[in-house]
Design a protein around this ligand. Structure first.
Ligand SMILES: Nc1ncnc2c1ncn2[C@@H]1O[C@H](COP(=O)(O)OP(=O)(O)O)[C@@H](O)[C@H]1O
Ligand SMILES: [Mg+2]
Length: 456
């Protein structure tokens, strides 16, 4: 990426306070610890930091120019320092990314939803990669900082982009859509994630809805017909590609999907525009059959040949911490530790049900549920009992409710711990050959430590 100081100022609505308008920045950074020579540094403010405090430091480290929204930090800098003053550095970061996106006239697919965003993004990129050079979101770079950083990785060689859009506040989606200007938009599902800030399913749908409602006129909505909130968010009018596990009239119909015995993957048969596509997924979990339909719908909306769908989906492998299988010492561990909300807990427990041998669920707290927390943890406990879990190990303060509710629903072997350490000690004592252990909890609970503990 190369962008002139005057273009940065123009696209961000900023003022070039000092520096040569024809000066060039060759990269973008928001983290003063990761400065490369030639970077434009955006001084962002976070809950625990303020980038303005590092302006002198990043210039010493070779940043070409800094973008700030408080001029105080420019006082006393060398006269050679280049700086742009803007109204809001986070908005400016987005505005520069929108400018760069406009320079790359390639199709963008934008994916959001309460669960399955990353998996569907990976699957879609895998299908598109059969015939194109694809830029895709890496890691968890799906918010108002991550999306711009993803767009700054665009190169001339890229022929398409698949980006994940993640929000926790109801004003964020509008800005994410304005930055990436998608050609195809997709909502995987509307579920009870971030209820603390979004309040209700209706609140979640309203907050994610702009990915559809702000789509350009030529844009295509990829719509999950099986989720009434998604259907409502899609509204009427505009171009649509639909997918469904129930409605045969959908453009992408999941004719059949089943789990291979013993978690040896899953199979799905789709009808795409009247053609049959049969896929064998390497990772377990029926939800991947649904995510596969979403990915096919998004690729189909871009005119990708149906013949690429199976090849692309079979080349897909799960991202770390999403339903990854670890077989060691006669145990099968399902590492689903990346995150958890009531929807993803449900689909993970349904996958555990497919396992052979004893089924052990190690479930940690689901965070950011606000007032709904108690009710949702109780729901997970009940579901674990209903789905035939043999042993439940609950970790965390909210998970005591999970444990209590499971006991009430008839699950006998239930243990509840405040710490991962104590839970791990019990697991090492009670687990035996042939057991399958699902480990899942919110990001903040970091249950990968339990996975590591069992691996040793
Ligand atoms: N379509 C789906 N519906 C419900 N749960 C799902 C779905 N896809 C994935 N999951 C669950 O959510 C977890 C996180 O998946 P991921 O693709 O990373 O979602 P996100 O990016 O939305 O957080 C998975 O490990 C799985 O347990
Ligand atoms: Mg994700």
């Amino acid at each position: 990426m190369k962008v002139s100081f005057k273009d940065i100022a123009a696209s961000t609505g900023g003022t070039l306070k000092s520096g040569n308008p024809d000066g060039l920045a060759t990269g973008v950074s928001t983290d003063s610890r990761k400065i490369s020579t030639g970077d434009v540094f955006f001084a962002l403010k976070g809950p625990n930091f303020d980038g303005h405090a590092f302006v002198r430091d990043v210039l010493d480290k070779g940043a070409a120019i800094v973008v700030v929204d408080n001029e105080e930090c420019l006082k006393g800098l060398a006269s050679t320092a280049s700086a742009i003053v803007v109204g809001d550095t986070l908005k400016a970061l987005g505005a520069l990314a929108a400018h760069v996106r406009r320079l790359h006239r390639i199709p963008f697919i934008a994916i959001t939803g309460s669960a399955g965003k990353t998996t569907t993004k990976e699957m879609t990129a895998s299908i598109l990669s059969i015939s194109r050079n694809v830029l895709k979101t890496e890691g968890n770079k799906n918010n108002l900082i991550g999306l711009p950083l993803t767009i700054f990785r665009l190169e001339e060689a890229h022929e398409a982009a698949v980006v994940e859009l993640g929000i926790s506040e109801d004003w964020e989606m509008e800005r994410l859509v304005a930055i990436c200007a998608p050609d195809v938009s997709l909502i995987t599902n509307i579920g009870r994630g971030h209820l603390q800030t979004l309040g209700s399913l209706e609140g979640v749908a309203r907050a994610k809805g702009p990915i559809f409602s702000l789509l350009a006129a030529h844009g295509v909505k990829a719509v999950n017909l099986d989720d009434p909130w998604v259907v409502r968010a899609a509204g009427f009018g505009g171009q649509m590609v639909t997918w469904s596990a129930k409605d045969k009239e959908a453009d992408v119909f999941i004719e059949d999907s089943f789990a291979e015995a013993g978690l040896a993957g899953a199979r799905a048969v789709y009808k795409v525009g009247g053609k049959r596509v049969s896929v064998k997924f390497s990772a377990p979990g029926l939800m991947n059959g649904v995510n596969g339909a979403a990915a096919i719908a998004a690729a189909y909306a871009l005119g990708v040949p149906v013949s690429h769908m199976a090849q692309g989906l079979e080349a897909w492998t799960p991202v770390k911490g999403r339903m990854g299988l670890i077989r060691s010492g006669g145990l099968t561990v399902i590492d689903d530790t990346y995150n958890a909300n009531p929807e993803s807990m449900g689909s993970a427990l349904r996958t555990l049900k497919e396992a052979r041998g004893r089924k052990v669920a190690v479930l940690g707290d689901m965070l950011e549920l606000g007032d709904a927390s108690e009710k949702e943890h109780a729901g997970v406990g009940r579901l674990a009992a209903e789905l035939g879990v043999d042993v439940l190990v609950a970790i965390g303060s909210s998970s005591e409710t999970t444990a209590e509710s499971a006991r009430k629903a008839g699950l006998k072997d239930v243990f509840s711990f405040g710490t991962k350490k104590n839970a791990l000690e019990l697991l090492k004592r009670i687990l035996h050959e042939g057991d399958t252990v699902l480990i899942k909890g919110s990001r903040g609970v970091a249950l990968e430590e339990v996975v590591e503990g069992l691996r040793k």
